[in-house]
Design a protein around this ligand. Structure first.
Ligand SMILES: NC(=O)C1=CN([C@@H]2O[C@H](COP(=O)(O)OP(=O)(O)OC[C@H]3O[C@@H](n4cnc5c(N)ncnc54)[C@H](OP(=O)(O)O)[C@@H]3O)[C@@H](O)[C@H]2O)[C@@H](O)CC1
Ligand SMILES: [K+]
Length: 459
């Protein structure tokens, strides 16, 4: 798992380093990392550096000085002022300045790389008009952009996105920041490279899961395991009309490695057994249950029966409309943005503008873990801690993915994992399956790849 730090947490961490050693030169380390990534991205051709007024611009200027030893480097002082020492170093290394915004845009015709060093940790969201026009021109001309610390225009801690650079690669320092992992900002960051500049990273309440976590934590049977110790998951999903949701959830549960799947939902039993003969029909001993996918409507009586099971529940789709008033400790709610908006009584656009805040609020209000599904997936616990799942390709945005995911999470809950882990690992393994098998596979086909993904998880 990798920790994500806010702007303030990063500044505090840097302050601690300076307090311990006032002579430490973090900017030189940061700039060296930026120059290295720049050379990797574009080994030759002119580099154009957009320089802002603060230390982010300072990083860009010292990186420019290094790059100018071997290639042409142009500076656009887009704020009209710049970090004094950085500017002196860049000038004496031979960097030349473009005088005005139009000249900067004109140089995009032959630039092999733009380095965006306008703003970083000190950014207010948005860009001055000249810089916004330049950022749009970079996109239109398809010039690769290396963002220093973050694409300028984004708020470091995430939030709504207006004018900003759209980076090919972002070179950040010490740890990722919320804008690198939380949408809508994350999509503007390209590939995020984290440079070690000798600043220890504090533990925080935001982190991202990695494949190695899945490898270490995936519940793998041993010689003493039987179907009960591996975990029995009960699904009360599907209906006559939405029988497919039941099949998809069962498939997710089985391919994630359930010891046994029981099915007690509304899909025709012949259909279920015809496709999955190992499924046991009806209720019985189980360690977790999945409810709501494919019910077709919120059903209070059905929800009440599920509550009576006394099991940790994965609550999906229609069941989210009939949540009990309390007693959901250990449960996992799996809304997409629209469902989460309904849970909170706000507009979907509000959830999309601040998915982290919305997921945290729902988890706090309901006292349950919330997995917010979508292109990026967040797992919020009632404590406020959030884990970001491994990201998949956009192909997975299709009907049925959520039904499969609920089944996978049910299996992991039944295996004894806490709700946050079941959710983050379930979402991540589905994303990895899609990543390793790119293309428009339907969700039932993708599910069949889960066993090979689990067997080959890279520690
Ligand atoms: N701290 C460290 O030790 C290290 C820091 N490092 C580097 O420093 C960066 C942080 O530097 P920083 O604190 O100087 O802030 P920075 O992001 O350059 O911006 C502040 C300036 O921008 C201006 N401005 C803001 N938004 C604007 C907007 N929308 N439109 C126009 N102007 C805007 C703002 O103006 P003001 O708000 O004052 O009006 C102010 O003048 C960090 O990201 C990393 O790259 C590394 O070297 C490692 C060591
Ligand atoms: K930047």
């Amino acid at each position: 798992m990798k920790t994500v730090v806010t702007a303030q947490q990063m500044r505090d961490a840097e302050r601690a380093v300076w307090d311990a050693d006032p002579d430490v030169d973090l900017m030189t380390r940061a700039a060296a990392g930026v120059a290295r990534v720049a050379d990797e991205m574009a080994p030759e051709g002119p580099v154009l550096v957009v320089v802002g007024p603060g230390n982010n611009g300072g990083d860009g200027l010292f990186a420019a000085a290094t790059l100018a030893e071997s290639r042409e480097v142009l500076l656009w002082l887009a704020a009209g002022r710049a970090h004094d020492e950085g500017l002196a170093a860049a000038r004496s290394a031979g960097c030349r300045e473009v005088g005005d915004p139009a000249s900067a845009r004109a140089r995009l015709a032959d630039a092999s790389l733009v380095i965006d060093a306008f703003t970083g940790l000190g950014a207010r969201p948005g860009l001055p008009p000249d810089v916004a026009t330049f950022a749009a021109a970079c996109e239109a001309w398809q010039v690769p952009v290396l963002a220093v610390d973050q694409p300028s225009g984004l708020g470091t801690d995430g939030g709504p996105v207006g004018h900003s650079f759209n980076a090919t690669v972002t070179a950040t320092f010490a740890a990722r920041k919320p804008c690198h992992v939380v949408e809508p900002a994350a999509s503007r960051c390209g590939d995020v490279v984290v440079q070690d500049i000798g600043v220890p990273v504090p533990a925080t309440d935001l982190r991202i899961l990695e494949e190695s976590d899945l490898a270490n934590w995936w519940p793998t049977p041993d010689a003493a395991s039987d179907k009960y110790s591996r975990g029995v998951v009960l699904l009360d999903t599907g209906s006559e009309r939405y029988a497919g949701a039941a099949l998809l959830g069962i498939s997710g549960a089985l391919h994630a490695g359930a010891g046994m799947v029981r099915y007690a939902g509304g899909a025709p039993s012949g259909l279920v057994l015809g496709r999955f003969p190992s499924v046991v029909l009806g209720e019985g001993r189980a360690q977790a249950a999945v409810v709501g996918s494919g019910w077709g409507e919120p059903d209070e009586a059905r929800m009440a029966r599920a509550v009576e099971l006394g099991l940790p529940l994965v609550v999906d789709a229609d069941a989210l409309g009939v949540l009990p008033d309390g007693g959901m400790e250990g449960w996992l709610l799996t809304p997409h943005a629209g469902e989460l908006a309904r849970l909170l009584g706000v507009g979907r656009d509000e959830v999309e503008a601040d998915p982290l805040g919305a997921a945290r609020e729902a988890a706090r209000r309901h006292g349950a873990t919330v997995l917010l599904k979508g292109a990026a997936q967040y797992v919020a616990e009632p404590s406020g801690r959030v884990t970001v799942a491994v990201r998949g390709p956009n192909w997975t945005a299709q009907a049925g993915s959520g039904d499969v995911l609920a089944g996978i999470c049910g299996t992991l809950l039944a295996a004894g994992l806490p709700a946050w882990k079941a959710a983050a690992m379930g979402a991540s393994v589905q994303a990895l399956a899609a990543q390793r098998h790119p293309g428009p596979y339907p969700p039932d086909r993708l599910t069949e790849f889960l066993p090979t993904v689990v067997a080959n998880l890279d520690a």
